[in-house]
Ligand binder design. Structure first.
Ligand code: G3P
Ligand code: CA
Length: 303
């Protein structure tokens, strides 16, 4: 027994010293310009422009969500066959448009000839009020041009095709580096984007979220020096709860802005805000704005 204790003492001591050193040298994230400019109030983020209210990822949706008074527009990026960044969620066209097949197989002109309002329905398919209304898949350049002052959450949906460098160059060219928060389900895309675009805000990738959850569970959140500025998480994943008061507290302690997706019902919005969420990514930004006592009236269209 004594021999076992002696055997374990050195590694335990070394681990304790390493953790203490990490804790003493760790530093929290600093609020990025895009979020600092929005102040302290809970953020209402229109998921895909507010897909419960109008056709997702369209200029129409972004215009109306902006006029509604949301804080940020969330959108997804793919690449067309001729190398243009386009704003669409799925890798295929069937769910949201009258087109078929992979997004990546069509040029920007071909994608823009499709009806991006074709499938939207609020009554389970009884009616399609946005069919034939000229709603198109926008290029990312169009979104940047149309909303030069609007904060955006931009998600890289395809890794390994060079979108990271292209996205960075476009943000630079449009003077919107400080207006975006970039996220992705691909850790390698986020790492590459951070290399190309140091200083532009990013959210935690899946690996970083797992690490944060593990550290929080072990009570070791204090060792973390995040390379990202926001935590965007669902309340549950694969049936398991992720968001907890403890995790949200730890994340905020590490300087992270905590945003929950996709929160569509007001009781859940209230509960998560009370738990410490700082942003709600929602298909129904009108409900979040109403809950927060902010106007739900559509104001002047455009910026
Ligand atoms: O912000 C995160 C959220 O947008 C991820 O979900 O599938 O709608 O892109 P998804
Ligand atoms: Ca998204």
């Amino acid at each position: 027994m004594l021999r076992l204790a002696r055997f374990l003492l050195a590694p335990l001591l070394l681990t304790a010293i390493a953790l203490l050193t990490l804790m003493l040298t760790s530093h929290p994230a600093s609020p990025p310009a895009v979020l600092a400019a929005l102040g302290e109030r809970p953020l209402v983020i229109a998921h895909r422009g507010g897909k419960g209210l109008w056709p997702e990822n369209s200029l129409f949706a972004f215009e109306r969500a902006s006029a509604l008074g949301v804080d940020m527009l969330e959108m997804d990026l793919h690449l067309s066959s001729d190398g243009e960044l386009v704003v669409i969620h799925d890798s295929t066209l069937e769910r949201t448009t009258d087109g078929q097949g992979p997004v990546a197989a069509q040029s920007l002109a071909q994608l823009q000839a499709l009806d991006a309002g074709y499938r939207w329905t609020a009554d389970g398919g009884e009616s399609h009020p946005y069919r034939g209304q000229g709603i198109r898949i926008p290029s990312f350049a169009e979104v940047l041009e149309r909303f030069p002052d609007k904060p955006k959450v931009v998600e890289i949906k395809v890794p390994d095709v060079g979108m990271e460098a292209q996205l960075c160059a476009m943000l630079q060219a449009h003077g919107q580096r400080d207006l975006v928060l970039v996220g992705s389900f691909y850790e390698r895309s986020l790492q590459l984007f951070r290399e190309h675009c140091p200083g532009v805000a990013t959210s935690a990738g899946p690996g970083s979220v797992r690490l944060l959850v593990a550290l929080d569970w072990l009570g070791l959140g204090g060792v973390l020096s995040p390379s990202y500025q926001a935590l965007q998480i669902p309340e549950r994943h694969s049936g398991l709860p992720i968001a907890s008061a403890g995790l949200l507290h730890t994340a905020r302690e590490r300087g992270l802005n905590v945003q929950l997706w996709t929160i569509n019902e007001q009781p859940a919005m209230r509960r998560l805000l009370d738990m410490g969420a700082q942003g709600l990514i929602t298909d129904y930004p009108d409900r979040a704005l109403q809950l927060l006592g902010r106007s739900t009236r559509i104001g002047a269209l455009g910026e």
